[in-house]
Design a protein around this ligand. Structure first.
Ligand code: SF4
Ligand code: SF4
Length: 325
């Protein structure tokens, strides 16, 4: 490995081994921190901000009188950055915090958790290569996900290049909300692209994710033109994008703009996850008051929408586990 490779650092908020949903076989999934979208239904709020953050789980704090390690090591303690309520650390005043992570390192009770870690390519590769035998036997490999991988594309490219040196299957899960020129920086080292179409109406897309859909749709089109193996996902969120009209519009886009050059279109149910993580980061969860519909209801809804897609000839399925065409 060249010195320049070693010097590139990424900020990663999770590395999950033995995953089976994001690409074929058994995989190691690397989650990049930082995302330009703010989807109302996001269940990984720890992946949104690009910098390292500390989450507070107050119920685990053993008390500042008994412990107080965080206050002792925090370089900003005098500013009142760590807020104590009922003798426990309750929250962090984010504007005063430098995200140094010292408090979490010192906490003996896991009441303070660091989200995000600076890693070199070779640190990540060490973890990836530990499971080579599983990838070989299962036809699996490595998936880069996020957050948004393209926000750290230089690191991603080095990592993908390194994976390819070991002949590993690689999958890129991305919103594709990025400068179109960057696609070709990563695609030569990617075996499968997974991306979402969250809504075909750009103004509703903006309302639900913070940005319009034009660039994303353009990049999806470019991905298909480049003949990249492509899976499109639709997170089906009741009262947001689960109308037959939206699914028809999506199917028409896939047929006319992509010429159905997709391996699969996966319709996924929305599940209200991540509430505790939002709280720990002092963030509001926009879907907190959403009332989860019963399983039988959402299953029926997804079945109907899959059939609508199929009526256009789109290879639509429910969930992530159907065999690829
Ligand atoms: S991350 Fe650093 S500055 Fe922020 S509260 Fe913890 S120790 Fe203090
Ligand atoms: S270090 Fe952890 S357990 Fe100790 S006072 Fe701080 S938050 Fe509580």
């Amino acid at each position: 490995m060249k010195n320049s490779d070693v010097q590139i650092e990424g900020i990663i908020f999770n590395i999950q081994r033995y995953t089976i949903h994001d690409g074929p076989g058994i995989r190691t999934e690397v989650f990049f921190k930082g995302c330009p979208l703010h989807c109302k239904w996001c269940s990984n709020p720890e992946g949104i901000k690009g910098e390292i953050e500390v989450g507070v789980y107050s119920n685990r704090c053993i008390g500042v009188e008994k412990c107080g390690c965080c206050l002792a090591v925090c370089p900003q303690a005098k500013t009142g950055v760590l807020i104590v309520e009922d003798h426990k650390v309750a929250k962090i005043e984010r504007e005063k915090c430098s995200n140094c992570g010292k408090c979490a390192e010192a906490c003996p009770a896991n009441a303070l958790i660091t989200w995000g870690k600076r890693m070199f390519v070779h640190d990540v590769m060490k973890i990836i290569l530990a499971d080579r035998e599983f990838y070989r036997k299962s036809g699996g490999g490595v998936t880069l996900s996020g957050g948004e991988v393209f926000l750290q594309w230089k690191f991603a490219r080095k990592l993908l290049l390194e994976c390819k040196k070991y002949y590993l299957n690689t999958c890129l899960e991305s919103s594709l909300y990025c400068n179109s020129n960057l696609l070709e920086q990563l695609f030569p080292y990617v075996d499968l692209v997974i991306t979402d179409i969250k809504h075909m109406d750009s103004s509703l897309h903006k309302e639900f994710t913070g940005i319009g859909n034009e660039l994303i749709l353009r990049n999806i089109k470019r991905t298909a033109e480049l003949n990249m193996p492509l899976i499109i996902r639709i997170p089906v969120v009741p009262e947001h994008n689960n109308s037959v009209k939206n699914i028809r519009n999506t199917a028409e886009f896939i047929m006319t703009e992509l010429h159905n050059r997709v391996k699969q279109v996966q319709l996924l149910p929305y599940r209200q996850l991540g509430t505790e993580k939002y709280k720990s980061l002092g963030m509001d969860y926009p879907m907190e008051t959403f009332r989860q519909v019963e399983r039988s209801v959402w299953e029926e809804n997804i079945r109907t929408l899959v059939e609508v897609m199929k009526s256009y000839g789109v290879p639509a399925v429910a969930g992530t586990t159907s065999k690829l065409k």
